[in-house]
Design a protein around this ligand. Structure first.
Ligand code: NAD
Length: 239
């Protein structure tokens, strides 16, 4: 492990256009459960799997149930950035990291100070009335009851990409461009099981592909440096 951390440090020191690509595992050390870990949402035995409850068709057909799940499991508004979020923000400030591409919707990278964040799956912090497009914050959603409704009578929908919905094109192309230009790609805290997000890492052409994850992923064999462990703990050892 020591040798791997040293190599990670050496590569970070040599790089100028680092991109970080992450997922729910980046926020578990902030207390937000992921989907696929042993204590993830898949193991919590809901009536439906989380990916069903966060799908567009479920939103349309079971709207009240969708919002119950969304409020209790996706809105973790007391969570604070952990060492991983903070280190990535520091690297950006130091002019070494050009972008964070995240599948997360929790806003913790921005809370840590990151500016260039591509939120592939949107954010719980933006919610729009489907009729008049008025913007509501996450606090409003948390304290709403039943189906959140705008003063105009429209339903307020989170600006989150549900399963079955397409990604925002501008966000997608921005993320692809950053990855294509990167001289180091650090992937962390993601099972790389959710598509099309996981396929974005194929745009990386460099030779410093680092993968930091607790469990095995389908890309372990392609990593130039594979570190199995907790991303906050590992990144906190980088200076
Ligand atoms: P996932 O649950 O499929 O996989 C998480 C991965 O992270 C697992 O492989 C696990 O081993 C690893 N992991 C967990 N904690 C870790 C840690 N501290 N350090 C290193 N690795 C750790 O998550 P995913 O790949 O992001 O896909 C799930 C989808 O659900 C994504 O769209 C994701 O954004 C969304 N989601 C988001 C949040 C959030 O915004 N915080 C929470 C749950 C799910």
């Amino acid at each position: 492990m020591e040798e791997k951390i040293e190599k990670l440090q050496e590569w970070i020191d040599r790089s100028k256009r680092i991109v970080f690509f992450g997922g729910a595992g980046v926020s578990t050390e902030s207390g937000i459960p992921d989907f696929r870990s042993v204590d993830g949402l898949y193991r919590q035995h809901y009536k439906y799997p989380p990916e069903t409850m966060l799908s567009h068709s479920f939103y349309v057909t079971h709207t009240a149930e969708f919002f119950d799940f969304y409020r209790t499991k996706m809105l973790c508004l007391d969570a604070k950035p952990n060492a991983a979020h903070k280190k990535l923000a520091e690297l950006e400030k130091a002019g070494k990291l050009t972008a964070v591409v995240t599948q997360n919707i929790d806003g913790l990278h921005q809370m840590a100070g990151s500016k260039a964040v591509y939120e592939l799956h949107g954010s719980v912090h933006r919610n729009y009335c489907q009729r008049c497009h008025k913007l509501y914050d996450a606090e409003f959603m948390l304290h709403s009851k039943g189906i959140p409704t705008c003063f105009c009578g429209g339903t307020i929908k989170p600006d989150v990409v549900l399963y079955e919905e397409g990604l925002d094109q501008r966000t997608l192309y921005g993320a692809i461009e950053a990855i294509e230009r990167a001289d180091m790609l650090i992937i962390g805290g993601t099972s790389l099981a959710v598509y099309p997000a996981a396929s974005l890492i194929d745009y990386y052409r460099g030779d410093r592909l680092v993968l930091i994850n607790r469990d095995a992923t389908p890309q372990d064999g392609n990593a130039d440096l594979l570190i199995q462990g907790s991303i906050g703990e590992i990144l906190s050892r980088i200076h």
